[in-house]
Write a protein that binds this ligand. Structure first.
Ligand code: 9YT
Length: 136
């Protein structure tokens, strides 16, 4: 069994900080669960363009406020405690922080390896090791 505390991830290489969010990646691909599991803080007043073309992500909002806007149809959804969204269509979107830090718990399938940040199109790269396995 794996037992961890997010406090022990803070300040390590598994805490990734960008201008718009901070992600504490508590379970990763190396843990063998088939998904990765993170606590993410969306910084207030920020906007992030995201398009997980290679992953599915589900997000459970725990604290704070923000907004998500799906780019294909321009729909906006308020984010706050108890709201869950799932990017089941690899939905391209804007994720906006609100007035207070938005704390969310998120799951990625396939799991992240740990160092991923969005590229210029909002994408996290596909897991290169997985590609090699599929070809072999
Ligand atoms: C909700 C979301 O996608 N935020 C961006 C960071 C991501 N959750 C991550 O890498 O943990």
């Amino acid at each position: 069994m794996i037992v961890r505390n997010v406090k022990d991830v803070i300040g390590t290489q598994d805490e990734i900080r960008t201008d718009t969010w901070t992600s504490r990646r508590v379970l990763l691909k190396k843990d063998g669960m088939g998904f990765s599991f993170h606590e993410t803080i969306i910084h207030p007043g920020t906007e992030t363009h995201i398009h997980y073309q290679n992953h599915l992500e589900a997000v459970w909002c725990v604290e704070g406020d923000g907004e998500i806007e799906t780019i294909a149809d321009g729909k906006k959804y308020a984010l706050g405690p108890g709201v869950v969204y799932a990017l089941d269509q690899h939905d391209e979107h804007w994720l906006r922080g609100g007035k207070t830090p938005l704390r969310v718990i998120c799951v990625f399938n396939p799991p992240l390896s740990g160092r991923e940040v969005h590229d210029e199109k909002g994408v996290y790269p596909a897991d290169l090791e997985e590609d090699v396995k599929e070809v072999a």
